[in-house]
Design a binder for this molecule. Structure first.
Ligand code: SF4
Length: 326
């Protein structure tokens, strides 16, 4: 097949748009969608100047999504004095998996001449995910522990690094799955929190004094296209799946979405755009009523670590204690 833009040989066909694209037009189209999302989300504050730049911390796991995001951000803003980019990687203590992806992250940040910080669960919490899986004091899936620890580390280090924004590499498939999971659970409050925490355009989002605002500039790009981009640009992405991956429900939703996308191309895009509109309305409603956890006023400080929490002891401190007492 020929590229619809220039007639050269196409490397991909997007059923949702009908377009065939050659390597060069495909790469440009991925970069364009990421830059457009950054613009439309108002990610770069108009107050940012060379004398007072914004700090963007990018969560870099070494997988294809975060590697592509970091590469495109560095290409776009690397020479922009209004933005300082810092890559942040987390080592969870998973043998045969995280060392290889950290290697990939180190090669990428060295190539891009980017500041790179690495944090380990061993140093932060005196534990490794491989051991947590063995002990499992709360009888939960590994990702249920790991997700709590990751959120804590990302938030604390983003604050410590003076981040104005925390950027993560969630792609279109990830976000359409999350949207569908929130629909299926009927959790409208969660939709509102999702919008204010990481989805909406900046002037419209509720400002939280407690959390660094998050952004997901890759969320218009399907997972397969992210993988193809990483391959064509020859980025050092680590592709293997974590041996403890355990989100069974998300896996079911993923399969459902892939089937729907095959018979009805464009399904992921329409789910996400409808979801964002509804989540914005939900966020507005909960902000107006100040109802429930959505409001900052519900948060106090954890008695042990001082992190924002609606309980006496935050979930992270509770889990760390349970693991060490087991
Ligand atoms: Fe942690 Fe689960 Fe991700 Fe593995 S798949 S790194 S256990 S959250």
């Amino acid at each position: 097949m020929a590229c619809d833009k220039c007639g050269r040989e196409a490397v991909m066909h997007a059923a949702y748009s009908g377009l065939h694209l050659c390597e060069s037009h495909f790469r440009r189209s991925v970069e364009k969608r990421i830059r457009r999302r950054i613009r439309e989300d108002g990610l770069l504050s108009t107050d940012a100047t060379p004398d007072d730049p914004e700090t963007w911390v990018v969560g870099l796991s070494g997988g294809k999504d975060s590697v592509v995001l970091t590469h495109v951000l560095a290409e776009t803003f690397g020479a922009d004095p209004r933005v300082e980019l810092v890559a942040l990687s987390i080592h969870e203590g998973i043998d045969g998996y995280r060392d290889a992806s950290l290697d990939a992250s180190e090669r990428l940040t060295a190539d891009l001449d980017l500041r790179h910080e690495v944090v380990t669960y061993a140093e932060e919490f005196d534990l490794r995910m491989d051991d947590v899986v063995e002990n499992d004091p709360e009888e939960m899936a590994p990702c249920a522990y790991c997700g709590v620890f990751r959120r804590d580390v990302l938030e604390r280090y983003a604050q410590e690094l003076g981040a104005d924004k925390l950027l993560t590499g969630h792609n279109l498939d990830d976000e359409a799955q999350t949207a569908l999971m929130n629909f299926f659970s009927g959790d409208v409050r969660q939709m509102a929190k999702h919008f204010d925490a990481s989805l909406g355009p900046f002037p419209e989002r509720a400002e939280s004094e407690r959390f660094v605002p998050r952004a997901k500039p890759l969320r218009d790009v399907p997972e397969k296209e992210v993988a193809l981009y990483a391959h064509l640009v020859d980025l050092p992405a680590h592709i293997t799946e974590c041996p403890h991956a355990s989100e069974a429900y998300r896996g079911e939703i993923q399969q459902l979405l892939l089937r729907m996308e095959e018979s009805h191309p464009g399904t992921r895009h329409s789910i996400l755009s409808g979801y964002e509109e509804l989540a914005a309305l939900a966020a507005e409603r909960y902000r107006d009523t100040g109802d429930g956890e959505h409001d900052d006023a519900d948060f106090g400080e954890c008695d042990r670590c001082g992190a924002p929490t609606a309980r006496d002891i935050c979930r992270k401190c509770y889990l760390v204690a349970a693991i060490h007492d087991a």
